[in-house]
Ligand binder design. Structure first.
Ligand code: XMP
Length: 510
């Protein structure tokens, strides 16, 4: 039987999948549809409710994405988020205009009228705004339920028709009561019933993988990270040794990482080949400074090495990848999203080798994958590993990569992570690492002038890598790490801590 969903209408927001996933977390099935999906198709799915996502357009601009206006007559509750709120306002006769002051980041929301949507939420709380347009006139039948300093129409509603609009983003964690507001919409307004849990997803995916793969073979390049490991274990569960895994050491790994990963993967019973290709990678990176260029070289070389190895597996028809939703969005696999960085996975290989892609987690976020891993019995130590980018330390050495700098960075990074673990901080942080800057600064050590490199430490909190805030590490802790790095790592005489959030920065420096 088909599950009744909450339908998320996609207007091109980077957060669209995050909204769907929040709804699934609340225990209700959720599906995403493109904004011009015919109304009939939406109706057929008998949704409990509809959510309009945000988006980069302006409702008053020519060609702006707008849904079929009859959607408001279906009697199905609607929640518009950011651009979605503006769509509702515009289509129902209100007015949206460009605001003089754009509003990005934290804002204080103040409830001015009680409503079911605010059940269990304090009168004032922090929300996350990100908009350049704003509502200046309400449509008929609507009223203001909450305001912020810069948004007199932060929450609006036509309560009779069960149409709501939020100017802020309830789906991001920086909106402190976002989850509660979405729950109030889903359960309080839409009266949805619980119909979704992660166990269902695993069962469905295993079935799907078996059906898709049939008697063919599947190959995978593992990184030792959460996504590819969980994908491999899930697929192994589905098709056994028709899966073959490779781990390629590109020479850009952290201290002791190759040994650790090999041990972990073998302990999980995965069929595995380990390949050392570090010399080749480092040679090709010689003299290259541009981050995108480095990514491309690494990506290309990775494919080359992998292709050579994978050809030894006869009958391979599929390539398994642990691609997550943020990878899909940030490499602009989603219509209308801007390209930020080229993510190195093994893109390009499938066409060359005539392989089909198997991407069981394409719609999921990292912590959902962790949850799956837990249900599959993968040890916490693996599941709690911080994300590590495909291009490895190459994008944490700003500028050219060479052996000496790799060694410096490896040592500094190891100290930082070791101290985080000792202090019980590692598991509270989404991702932490050291970056080696191409800057030299003057120092004094034992009465002698030094002129050496700078290490930047980065630690961030995040749920999905799409937004992030710097982690407030205790001063004493930073002090200890600084001391150890400068004393133990030759070639470094200064340590700095990165206090940028994403946006406007990104997590990695390159
Ligand atoms: P940024 O730096 O874009 O990072 O804020 C978001 C998350 O993605 C990881 N990242 C990468 N992962 N290949 C990867 O597989 C890449 O090229 C890449 N660049 C960034 C980053 O570590 C963070 O978790």
């Amino acid at each position: 039987m088909r599950k009744r969903p909450i339908i998320v209408v996609n207007f091109g927001s980077q957060y669209v999948q995050l909204i769907a996933r929040r709804i699934r977390e609340l225990g209700v099935y959720s599906e995403i549809v493109h904004w011009d999906t015919p109304l009939e198709e939406i109706k057929e799915r008998e949704p409990y409710g509809i959510i309009f996502s945000g988006g980069p357009a302006s409702v008053y601009a020519e060609g702006a994405p707008l849904p079929d206006p009859r959607i408001y007559e279906l009697g199905i509750p609607i929640l518009g988020i950011c651009y979605g709120l503006q769509v509702i306002t515009h289509q129902l006769g209100g007015k949206v205009a460009r605001s003089e002051k754009q509003e990005y980041g934290r804002a204080r929301l103040r409830i001015v009228k009680e409503d079911v949507i605010f059940e269990g939420i304090p009168k004032e709380s922090d929300v996350w705004m990100s908009h350049a347009d704003k509502v200046v006139e309400l449509p008929e039948g609507f009223e203001v339920l909450a305001v912020s300093e810069n948004s007199p129409y932060a929450v609006i509603a036509n309560r009779e028709k069960k149409i709501y609009g939020f100017q802020f983003h309830p789906e991001v964690t920086h909106t402190v009561y976002g989850r509660e507001m979405l729950a109030n919409f889903v359960y309080g307004v839409c009266k949805a019933e619980r119909n979704w849990e992660m166990g269902d997803f695993i069962k469905e995916k295993i079935e799907e993988i078996r059906k898709t793969v049939g008697n063919a073979k599947v190959i995978a390049a593992l990184s030792g990270g959460v996504d590819s490991t969980v994908a491999a274990v899930l697929t192994h569960r589905a098709i056994g040794d028709k899966l073959h895994c490779f781990f390629i050491d590109h020479g850009l790994l952290r201290l002791g990482e190759r040994e650790e990963v090999e041990r972990n993967l073998r302990a999980l019973g995965l069929p595995l080949t380990v390949v050392d290709a570090s010399k080749l990678f480092l040679e090709r990176l010689k003299g290259v400074e541009d981050p995108e260029e480095k990514r491309k070289i690494i990506g290309r070389t990775f494919i080359e090495v992998f292709e050579k190895e994978a050809k030894k597996i006869e009958g391979a028809e599929y390539l398994l990848q642990g691609t997550l939703y943020p990878d899909v969005v940030e490499s602009a696999g989603i219509k209308g999203s801007a390209k930020i960085k080229t993510h190195h996975n093994v893109g390009g290989l499938p066409e060359r080798m005539n392989l089909k892609l198997l991407e069981p987690f394409r719609e999921l976020f990292k912590d959902e994958v962790r949850q799956i891993g837990r249900l599959l019995g993968i040890p916490e130590e693996i599941l709690k590993r911080h994300p590590f980018p495909g291009p490895g330390l190459a994008i944490r050495i700003i500028g050219e990569v060479n052996e000496r700098d790799l060694e410096i960075l490896r040592k500094a990074d190891y100290i930082f992570i070791e101290e985080l673990k000792k202090e019980g901080l590692y598991d509270r942080i989404w991702q932490a690492f050291a970056v080696l800057l191409p800057v030299k600064s003057v120092g004094v050590m034992g009465d002698v002038r030094t002129y050496e490199k700078v290490i930047a430490l980065r630690a961030v909190e995040s749920v999905d890598g799409m937004t992030a805030d710097w982690y407030r590490l205790p001063y004493d802790f930073l002090d200890r790490v600084m001391r150890r790095i400068i004393n133990e790592v030759e070639g470094v005489n200064r340590v700095v801590y990165d206090v940028s959030s994403k946006p406007p920065s990104t997590i990695e420096w390159e």
